[in-house]
Design a protein around this ligand. Structure first.
Ligand code: GLU
Length: 420
């Protein structure tokens, strides 16, 4: 399982591997600028909740790099999130934004709380408390948050409202947060963007491997914003989604699950567990079932040295951030399992965040068909670039993606000049 340290140590290991691969191409001094984050902020939120008591929640904001533009990245709310995790995730955002070609640097926030244990009112209070306390670290030219694990569209609306009111205004000028409700300046298709981006990558990968999406078998870990949307899209494309898991359990049916019915069940009961069609299974066991495509779309550190040799998928599409440890990555590569790396595979979310940012800055409105078309074009373009470089170097897609990202960030640093 993912330890609190592993996200950061995995991110550092991936970076050092890339730095070694680029030692003849990139000035080592420049790498000093991006090896560590620019800014790591630790805060204490102390809201009074509905029990009339003061509660203390640690919170973090990390800006890893702003070479390409304002730091971008979501707010993670889990009981375990640490400053180091947020640091590792901010670093990954730097590479993701560079790879998908949006003018943003990498950032991330964390709030140490269990969103499932807070009632709706208390969660809103906590999110508003974060917005008030982190206010001076947030802004269209500084850091622009978005949803991540444990936060959603409604929370982004509260953040926009809190900041607007702190300014004594009805609204904000420019984009302070993405992934908001459409009525508050959000963009249609943002919620689905990450899951759709994952599926676009899967279609490209299968095409490259000479396989069809129709009839391909898939297993999805996680049934939230990413997993549920991806499972639904795969089902609509005629793929056979055989297994789905969430925090509470897993269901498996080799004939394929009825995904719309499973979504209905999960919406009503809060979990995929107990779905009448399909048999219950342990979530870890599900990861090892044979399939064409495995989509880890939940927590980090799920495919490790302990289970990588038993992963029986042809393609691993990383919907989550850092689901595969560097050791597991080596094992999968040796076994010819194609891994579509997170910084490419789940970059659809931040790409559509960029469209939201641009729309709000220009006071424009974009229709969903346009959003989906642009997402599709960009995902395919970047997938093909990473695929070609990986072929050329006879290496893994992760190394190719990291090389492209780190070189892009270094080009921006060079263009800015070496002074402070
Ligand atoms: N939290 C998402 C990610 O990890 C989205 C970030 C964003 O849109 O800023 O990519």
């Amino acid at each position: 399982m993912a330890g609190t340290q592993s996200i950061l140590s995995d991110a550092k290991e991936n970076f050092e591997k890339t730095a070694a691969l680029l030692k003849d191409e990139v000035d080592g001094d420049l790498l000093l600028k991006i090896r560590l984050p620019k800014e790591r902020i630790e805060m204490r939120l102390t809201p009074q909740l509905s029990d009339r008591k003061i509660h203390v929640f640690p919170a973090f904001v990390v800006r890893h790099s702003d070479a390409l533009g304002p730091a971008k990245g979501g707010i993670r709310m889990t009981p375990e999130v640490s400053l180091d995790d947020v640091n590792g995730l901010a670093m990954e955002m730097t590479w993701k934004c560079a790879l998908i070609g949006v003018p943003f640097g990498g950032g991330k926030s964390g709030i140490v709380a269990d969103p499932y244990k807070l009632n709706q009112h208390d969660k809103e209070t906590l999110v508003r408390s974060f917005a008030r306390n982190a206010y001076r670290h947030i802004g269209p030219q500084v850091y622009v948050p978005a949803p991540d694990m444990g936060t959603d569209e409604a929370d982004m609306g509260y953040i926009k409202d809190t900041i607007s009111h702190s300014m004594g205004q009805a609204t904000t000028q420019g984009c302070y947060v993405t992934g908001k409700p459409v009525i508050l300046g959000g963009i249609p298709g943002r919620r689905e963007a990450t899951g759709h981006g994952v599926v676009i990558c899967i279609c490209q990968a299968l095409k490259m491997l000479g396989m069809e999406i129709e009839g391909a078998t898939a297993i999805v870990q996680g049934f939230g914003n990413v997993g549920e949307v991806a499972a639904r899209a795969l089902h609509e494309l005629g793929a056979r989604v055989m297994g789905v898991s969430d925090l509470f359990g897993a269901v498996y049916d080799p004939e394929g699950l009825d995904i719309p019915a499973l979504s209905g069940h999960a919406n009503r009961s809060g979990s995929v567990k107990g779905f009448s069609d399909g048999r219950e299974m342990d979530g870890q066991e599900l990861l090892e079932m044979p399939c064409d495509v495995l989509i880890p779309a939940a927590a980090g550190g799920q495919i490790t040295a302990a289970n990588a040799s038993r992963i029986a998928a042809k393609v691993v599409a990383e919907g989550a951030n850092s689901p595969t440890t560097p050791q597991a990555d080596e094992i999968l590569a040796d076994r010819d399992v194609l891994v579509i790396p997170d910084i490419l595979c789940n970059a659809g979310g931040v790409f559509v965040s960029y469209l939201e940012y641009a729309q709000e800055t220009q006071q424009e409105q974009m229709a969903v068909a346009r959003v989906e078309g642009r997402l599709r074009d960009r995902m395919i373009e970047r997938f093909d670039q990473v695929w070609s470089l990986a072929r050329e170097r006879k290496g893994r897609m992760r190394d190719a993606a990291m090389i492209l990202s780190v070189k892009t960030v270094c080009s921006a640093l060079t263009a800015r000049g070496y002074l402070p």
